[in-house]
Design a protein around this ligand. Structure first.
Ligand SMILES: [Zn+2]
Length: 242
């Protein structure tokens, strides 16, 4: 009886270890996903900044083009001005030239402003890029670490699965079936009954007769309250007299 119990206790030890390992390893994929999200958000922020710079650059180019066009126009008009014979046409053209020159001055002011804005935006992007690449490096390091931990946990679980096959082969078939059924609902499925007859699974007292029987047989039974497989704790206590 006692050997059967010991074999089952061995199996449960492996199962508990694997369960703890799985639970601990479970956080790694979540942490990795979290880090990936963080990195993605930082990257989007940078991309938005870059888009803003590109936008300002386009505006600046457009403005420069407009200024060039206006200047060309003024040049052409000024050349034409000399050919004007009528005073009325002359002064009309002169007024146009004047307006165009003023518009050009306004655009020149705008160009100064936009150049300043562009400089500031470029500096901001540069700063953020430095920040981002440092962040990226540290996150990548952290991810590598987590992936290694995850791989290690997985290989440990695999190893335990191998151990489990060996351990379960040693367990009595009927007992194993019962254990597997309970294990799916609750772990530990095998619990001791301590001094005073208290089940360590549900903390209820088992009937005295059942407790006495467990102590005599050093075997297993079922807790009437929680249905776990029970044994008297002294049955697994080492060293043993039996
Ligand atoms: Zn119980």
């Amino acid at each position: 009886m006692r050997e059967k119990l010991k074999a089952l206790a061995e199996l449960q030890k492996v199962d508990m270890e694997a369960a703890a390992l799985r639970k601990a390893a479970d956080v790694h994929p979540r942490q990795i996903a979290e880090l990936e999200r963080e990195l993605g958000a930082a990257r989007s922020a940078i991309e938005a900044e870059r888009a803003r710079v590109a936008d300002i650059e386009r505006q600046k180019l457009q403005l420069e083009q407009n200024i060039t066009d206006e200047k060309d126009k003024v040049k052409k008009w000024e050349a034409r001005l000399a050919e004007q014979r009528s005073t009325r046409e002359y002064s009309a053209l002169a007024r146009e030239i004047d307006i165009a020159k003023k518009a050009n001055l306004t655009m020149a002011d705008e160009l100064v402003e936009i150049t300043k804005t562009l400089g500031t935006a470029r500096e901001a992007v540069k700063g953020k890029e430095t920040e981002f690449s440092a962040r990226q490096q540290s996150l990548a390091g952290r991810m590598t670490e987590l992936r290694a931990k995850l791989a290690e946990a997985e290989s440990q679980v695999k190893q335990l699965e191998g151990q489990r096959a060996g351990a379960s082969a040693k367990v009595d078939a009927t007992l194993l079936r019962r254990y597997e059924t309970i294990r799916k609902k609750k772990l530990p499925a095998l619990v001791g009954v301590g001094a005073g007859g208290q089940c360590h699974g549900c903390n209820m007292n088992v009937p005295p007769q059942l407790y006495n029987q467990l102590r005599t047989s050093l075997g297993t039974d079922v807790c009437p309250s929680c249905n776990r497989i029970i044994y008297a704790v002294e049955a697994l206590a080492e060293p043993t007299s039996k």
